[in-house]
Design a protein around this ligand. Structure first.
Ligand SMILES: [Zn+2]
Length: 464
């Protein structure tokens, strides 16, 4: 049970809670949150005439209020925005508005072949841009250098006309899914109040999406015409929204704060969920287990409760015990690549031959469902190596680097894999595909470096 994995894209670092700097921008990966975002957003994308699978959503662990579209059809939502939203309709409103930027074609697409090929390279670029918008240019530059350099072009402040048109489109999409647009208005009003109160401390969202009272008025006019303007909030969505907010806070906030927000007197599932993470973060395993057991008793078919239970056991060194809840989670959510990855990781932790064999198809499935999952590729390569299948191990490693946007390493491992793969097999073809993308980029870089070296050699010599 993987709970959240924080990944700083392109750097290939899986950071532990202890080592993560306070304001690091990282992508949060959590099976439950991703499933919920898809559940509530896919209908919006359909209403907008988009293919849901073509729109990627990323959750960025950052307390600032921000959301934007970048690198084509990628929507980035900051945990700070989720936290600021009072209800699911406010979050839905923002997602509908961002979708309006996509359908309006408000952003230049990134033409780079590699950016298209690896979602992580887009991500590293965007994270860099996000860091700059959030006002930490040093961190931004660091991430940018690791990634691409087109970030500033791809994340610009939208014009007022674009904002208004995204509002109108967003309101239509909300109407299409029979959701009231009042949430979007409320959220904008809230940000507007903050803007008036403090000109200096503006939220990044206001900087990227300039708000004016005129704009809000126009949006109000549009929302008023919707037959769904007074439709109540969907209770099941609201419940999940609150639950995930609690999970996020438990995971990101200092435990003391979480325990203040969700005091022991609150025995709701939401509060217990927040406390599991707070106790886990405090390394207070007994209390974390106790809360997790309450959760499982309350909802015995909820895969995510088994996931966190397994995760706590696993991180507590109780690897064999962790397999039971992980297996349960995987059987309840067989299409959740992050859960499958966590289960696979626990299975191979002890190099037990039987468990290695069980883990192989599980991790293969995880990578099939989510090819951008570098950690699953890493563990899959380990199994292949252990089973003395070096070419497959090299191919899995090539995939891992490819997903991480590390082209040079992807190329090296794909070349190595080719030597041992049977010509014409799907694996052989895949290695060829990776080479077809990485080799031209690598050669271009080589040429650039050679040129640079030549220049530095001649500087100051002035022979002619
Ligand atoms: Zn906007």
């Amino acid at each position: 049970m993987k709970y959240f994995t924080r990944t700083i894209a392109a750097l290939l670092l899986v950071l532990t809670l202890a080592t993560l700097p306070a304001r690091a921008q990282s992508m949060l990966r959590d099976a439950e949150t991703e499933a919920f975002l898809r559940e509530i957003s896919d209908p919006i994308f359909v209403a907008a005439g988009l293919t849901p699978q073509s729109v990627q959503m990323y959750l960025i662990g950052d307390p600032s209020i921000n959301a934007f579209v970048a690198g084509g059809q990628n929507i980035f939502i900051f945990t700070g925005l989720w936290d600021e939203a009072d209800d699911v309709n406010q979050l839905l409103g923002v997602i509908a508005h961002e979708t309006g930027h996509i359908t309006g074609g408000h952003l230049a697409r990134i033409g780079d072949a590699y950016a298209k090929a690896g979602s992580y390279s887009i991500l590293s670029m965007v994270l860099g841009a996000a860091a700059m918008i959030a006002g930490s240019p040093d961190a931004g530059m660091g991430i940018l250098m690791a990634g691409q350099n087109a970030a500033q072009r791809s994340v610009l402040a939208y014009s007022r006309v674009q904002e208004s048109s995204a509002d109108q489109a967003g309101a239509s999409f909300l109407e299409g899914i029979e959701v009231s647009g009042n949430g979007l208005i409320e959220f904008f009003e809230k940000l507007r109040q903050q803007e008036i109160l403090s000109q200096i401390n503006q939220d990044p969202y206001i900087r990227t999406h300039p708000l004016t009272s005129q704009r809000i008025l126009r949006l109000q006019g549009r929302v008023e015409t919707s037959p769904y303007k007074d439709t109540p909030i969907r209770a099941d969505w609201q419940d999940k929204f609150e639950r995930l907010k609690a999970k996020m806070k438990g995971y990101l906030d200092p435990p003391v704060r979480t325990l203040r927000t969700y005091p022991l007197s609150d025995t709701s599932i939401t509060a217990r969920y927040a406390r599991v993470y707070a106790y886990h973060k405090q390394v207070n395993f007994d209390l974390a287990f106790a809360e997790a057991e309450h959760l499982i008793a309350a909802e015995p078919n909820n895969p995510y409760f088994y996931e966190i239970y397994g995760q706590i056991l696993f991180e507590n060194g109780r690897v064999v015990e962790a397999l039971v809840p992980f297996e349960k989670a995987a059987s309840l959510a067989p299409n959740q690549p992050l859960i499958l990855t966590a289960y696979g990781q626990a299975l191979i932790a002890r190099d037990d031959p039987d468990n290695m064999t069980i883990a192989l198809p599980i991790l293969e499935r995880a990578t099939r469902l989510d090819p951008s999952n570098t950690f699953a590729w890493f563990n899959l390569a380990r199994i292949y190596a252990w089973k003395e299948m070096p070419a497959m191990a090299d191919l899995a490693t090539a995939e891992r680097f490819f997903a991480a946007g590390v082209g040079g390493q992807a190329m090296i491992h794909a070349r190595r894999a080719l030597g041992g793969l049977k010509v014409g097999t799907p694996q052989w073809l895949r290695a060829q595909d990776i080479l077809a993308v990485t080799e031209p980029i690598f050669e271009k870089q080589q040429r650039k470096q050679r040129r640079k070296r030549r220049f530095s050699f001649t500087t100051g010599t002035n022979i002619q």
